[in-house]
Design a protein around this ligand. Structure first.
Ligand SMILES: Cc1cc2nc3c(=O)[nH]c(=O)nc-3n(C[C@H](O)[C@H](O)[C@H](O)COP(=O)(O)O)c2cc1C
Length: 438
């Protein structure tokens, strides 16, 4: 049997209009109502996935970027995933639900209390994906911090939360009807947290945890991001080139960061994966061949999607003119521009058509040149990642729409289960215990 791995789903565009612009929209789900996600999350649980992570961003955009973000629903509207979490926890029994929270938006005391409440309500299945994005600072009446300062604030935020979660010592909850005493205040610490960003007093007025604590996930891949994960996270959401050496290298960086805090056993690195699964290798070959010559409509769709992320209207530019650096404003993330330019990162003369076309081109899983293939071919890759990169597992990325979920998992679940890579049942104890199971 192959090495078992953990799997999850990353709802990559957050709690927003699912299926918009695709034929799936005709299924008639209302993205604002819980049933779409509840139905999907039950399928993820039946499929043996350990957790669902829900992306979030606070902002619909600035006056200059609003239209780019909302016109194709790529960047908004978005509703708050923390509010969706109880509906999903109630509709499921074993899977972990991990909404994203921006540390600038919620005070540590409030977050500690909300997450503790969800942890108790769900018997240990709640978590939080901690993000440091500062582009929405203006909505919160805050100064925009720099990259590293935002991580310093996140460190301070999570440390305050961890202190609040441990403010009730063992034995603080007495529950002795005979003496009429519910709790013992002498075992509850009122100590202060005096950080650079947050100064506050305990104790938390939520119950302590019998076992574990809400799951902490984090996605930052910079050295600061990985240092944060090493110190605090149970799960690192990793975006990397998906070749065996890159997987091994990224996971090792996370383990090295965790070793600084003696936490190597506590953390799992899960790689984000968005395969295009088809029924046969002939169909995969056909798709890959067709993608070498993208049509104008394909390029327009890609330009539209990147316009939202790059906060720059690419759809109005001449496809055959070079995409010079002056097109982008100062506020646009350098990482996003590098991602868009791809292999043309160092070539200012590359025309937009060529830059967009590379995002249309697909590659075959069986040749390790891309992620188009059959479920068995994907299972081969996942098995290889487990055997040769020590992979802890993967997060499938996409909408949380029943059509997307079934398209991804229908044939993959049997392929992975037959190999012993995907669990058949979840042990009791919540999402943290599930992830530490192997
Ligand atoms: C897989 C993945 C998921 C992410 N999810 C979110 C998110 O939900 N909300 C958000 O504001 N940023 C999200 N980010 C952005 C990160 O929080 C971070 O800002 C970005 O990766 C840059 O950080 P770095 O410089 O440490 O790599 C995500 C990044 C990755 C790679």
């Amino acid at each position: 049997m192959a090495r078992p791995q953990h799997f999850g789903w990353f709802l990559s565009r957050g709690f927003g209009p699912h299926g918009w612009g695709r034929p799936d929209w005709e299924w008639g789900y209302d993205w604002r109502r819980p049933d779409l996600y509840q139905q999907s999350v039950r399928t993820l649980e039946q499929a043996g996935l350990d957790l669902l992570i829900i992306e979030d961003a606070l902002s619909a955009g600035s006056p200059g970027t609003l239209d780019l973000r909302v016109r194709g629903a790529y960047g908004g509207p978005k509703h708050d995933p923390l509010m969706l979490a109880p509906y999903l926890l109630d509709a499921s029994e074993r899977i972990g639900i991990v909404p994203t929270v921006n540390v600038g938006a919620v005070l540590p005391y409030t977050a500690a209390r909300q997450l503790a409440t969800l942890h108790h309500l769900s018997a240990g299945r709640a978590g939080v994906n901690v993000v440091t994005d500062v582009s929405s600072a203006r909505h919160l009446g805050q100064e925009r911090l720099g990259h590293d300062a935002a991580y310093d604030r996140a460190d301070d935020w999570i440390s305050a939360i961890e202190e609040l979660w441990s403010s009730w010592s063992p034995g603080a909850v007495v529950e002795d009807v005979a003496t009429g005493r519910y709790a013992d205040a002498s075992r509850i610490s009122t100590s202060r947290h005096d950080g650079e960003y947050f100064r506050l007093e305990g104790p938390l007025n939520a119950m302590p945890f019998d076992d574990g604590a809400p799951l902490i996930a984090s996605p930052g891949g910079s050295p600061r991001g990985i240092a944060f994960a090493g110190a605090h996270s149970d799960v690192q959401l990793a975006l990397a080139r998906l070749d065996i050496d890159s997987l091994r290298g990224y996971r090792q960086r996370v383990l090295d960061a965790a070793a600084e805090h003696d936490r190597q056993e506590a953390i799992r690195t899960l790689f984000v994966l968005k395969p295009q699964l088809v029924a046969s290798s002939q169909e995969a070959d056909r798709l890959v061949a067709a993608s070498a010559r993208p049509e104008e409509a394909d390029l327009a769709r890609i330009a539209q999607a990147w316009s939202s992320d790059a906060e720059t209207d690419l759809t109005r530019l001449d496809l055959d003119a070079p995409l010079g650096p002056g097109v982008f404003g100062e506020h646009v993330s350098r990482g996003t521009i590098a991602g868009l330019r791809g292999k043309h990162a160092e070539d200012p003369d590359a025309p937009l058509r060529e830059i967009l076309a590379q995002h249309a081109r697909l590659g075959r899983l069986s040749e390790r040149r891309g992620f188009v293939g059959t479920a068995e071919e994907l299972a081969d890759f996942i098995e290889e990642a487990g055997e040769h990169a020590g992979s802890d597992g993967f997060l499938f990325s996409g909408d949380l729409h029943p059509v997307t979920v079934h398209r991804m998992l229908d044939d993959l679940v049997p392929a992975l289960r037959r190999r012993g890579i995907l669990r058949r049942e979840h042990p009791p104890g919540g999402v943290g215990a599930n992830l530490r199971d192997f």
